[in-house]
Ligand binder design. Structure first.
Ligand SMILES: *Cc1c(COP(=O)(O)O)cnc(C)c1O
Length: 220
């Protein structure tokens, strides 16, 4: 089996290779190592070789794993990439440095309240339902300008836009659409691309890629 270090080096090399013809700097693409479902002993090797940006999709699972890991590696940056229930907003604000799934008014209200209470502002990506899928979270495209205005009014720092394109079809048009939406709405960051499509996402402007399987192997 390949080591975590080998896999990390391979992904970083791919990122650098893709950035070059796209005239982008590799350091402008943040690699979020998605460690969901993986135990601390699989995460530690990446921390030990210096990787510091990780993503989890469940508040409860992250609460179980990260406080201890962070004691050893206090400069770790933790991203919440999964859907968030409003009743978990306080815990999410406490634990995470960035939230990628702000997608509706009720959650916005809960997060603003939680941030006021904690006395900290956690930057959030606004998730867009880019493929207009019923089963997926995300703000509908048509409501995005209004929703972004609400986020700004609530004094929540906007890290960018995030999307999860529909499964099993070419993702490039969806990435290109997210790029356009960000540009039209004056938003900088773009959280898009996973193990299977992060190279395409970077070509189309991703600033944050969320990569799990390519770093940790398959989830059990
Ligand atoms: C699990 C997950 C990823 C990582 O997926 P891989 O295919 O394992 O790289 C990225 N983004 C979100 C929102 C996820 O839930």
């Amino acid at each position: 089996m390949e080591s975590a270090a080998t896999r990390l080096a391979a992904v970083e090399e791919n990122i650098a290779r893709i950035c070059k013809p796209a005239r982008r700097k590799p350091e402008d693409v943040t690699l979020i190592a998605v460690s969901k479902t993986h135990p601390p002993e699989k995460i530690t090797p990446l921390l030990e070789i210096g990787h510091r940006v990780f993503g989890e999709n469940r508040v409860q699972e992250a609460q179980g794993k990260w406080p201890e890991l962070r004691e050893r590696f206090p400069d770790t940056e933790l991203h919440l990439i999964g859907q968030l229930q409003s009743n978990k907003a306080e815990e999410a604000v406490e634990l995470f440095d960035v939230i990628h799934s702000l997608d509706r008014a009720s959650l916005l209200k809960a997060l603003a309240k939680a941030m006021d209470k904690a006395g900290k502002r956690v930057p959030c990506f606004v998730q867009v339902n880019i493929g207009d899928e019923d089963q997926k979270g995300g703000c509908p495209i048509g409501e995005l300008p209004d929703f972004l205005a609400k986020v700004r009014d609530a004094d929540i720092p906007i890290a960018g836009l995030m999307c999860l394109p529909p499964a099993d079809i070419e993702p490039a048009p969806f990435f290109a659409l997210l790029y356009k939406l960000a540009r039209d709405n004056g938003v900088e960051g773009l959280s898009m691309g996973m193990s299977g499509d992060y190279e395409t996402a970077i070509q189309l402007g991703a600033t944050h890629v969320r990569v799990g399987t390519a770093l940790f192997g398959p989830r059990g």
